[in-house]
Design a protein around this ligand. Structure first.
Ligand code: 6PG
Length: 245
């Protein structure tokens, strides 16, 4: 798989993908210039194995007392909903580890419109930045992202206004055009670009056609984001279109 913006690492299978992602995330935390490193978590199915590994096999390698956890996007559902990205990461990982509650920064959805939730999240990011980052420094030490079949990443969908946002760090997405059919909140390209390392995690043959479109230069959201960030595409052999034999 050549032509993707950034570097490309092909691993054997989803298990190797989770392990390689864990090693790289831990490495980035270990070399962070920040007393309070920040990780941006992704929704989707692919990072689930990573979250499980970080909370078990690799748990001693994560400075749980110092890291702050944020989300790249959220669905406007309660935090206990199966569709909640907050729940995807807190259930198998954050709730099991010694993480100070103040270090967990979910997108608050209760009683808010998507725009209101996005505005509150922008404020939260701004407060953290003012307290913990010198002027001009990258906000996130590690940003985890996935990619959908249409090339979306976080909740930046092709052809929707959020992908063109250049000023605000979080915006509402009234209509994702796909399940679950609820509004969302997403970080924007400038927010994702404020990262020391961006890991795209992709597994399975369902990703190959979209990866080839990006490698061919098509302006899909994941491709646009990867051009603006220190991106590493961690993909398994099936996603890379390589046979297993
Ligand atoms: C979301 C995600 C989204 C996801 C991709 C890939 O909330 O839906 O943040 O951008 O990462 O759709 O999802 P999979 O890992 O399930 O393929």
């Amino acid at each position: 798989m050549s032509g993707l913006p950034g570097s490309v690492v092909v691993v054997a299978d989803p298990d190797s993908l989770a392990r390689e992602a864990a090693r790289r995330l831990i490495g980035a935390l270990a070399t962070s210039p920040n007393e309070n490193p920040a990780v941006c978590l992704s929704g989707g199915a692919t990072p689930q194995a990573l979250y499980g590994l970080l909370a078990t096999e690799f748990s001693r390698d994560v400075p749980w007392d110092r890291v702050h956890w944020f989300w790249g996007d959220e669905r406007m559902v309660p935090p206990n909903s199966p569709d909640s990205n907050e729940r995807l990461a807190t259930g198998p990982m954050l709730s099991r580890m010694p993480v100070p509650p103040a270090s967990i920064h979910p997108v608050r959805t209760a009683g808010l419109s998507a725009e209101e939730a996005a505005s509150a999240y922008s404020d939260e990011l701004g407060r953290f930045r003012a307290a913990h980052r010198p002027a001009g420094a990258a906000f996130f030490d590690v940003t985890l992202l996935g990619m959908g079949p249409d090339g979306h990443t976080a909740s930046l969908f092709p052809g929707k206004p959020a992908i063109a946002e250049t000023a605000r760090w979080a915006v509402g997405v009234p209509d994702a055009g796909q399940p679950p059919f609820v509004p969302r909140v997403t970080l924007t390209r400038p927010a994702l670009a404020s990262s020391r390392l961006v890991l795209f995690l992709l597994a399975g043959g369902g990703k190959t056609a979209t990866l080839l479109r990006i490698a061919g230069g098509e302006d899909l959201p994941a491709g646009l984001v990867s051009r603006e960030t220190p991106a590493v595409w961690l993909i398994d052999r099936a996603a890379a279109g390589e046979g297993t034999g």
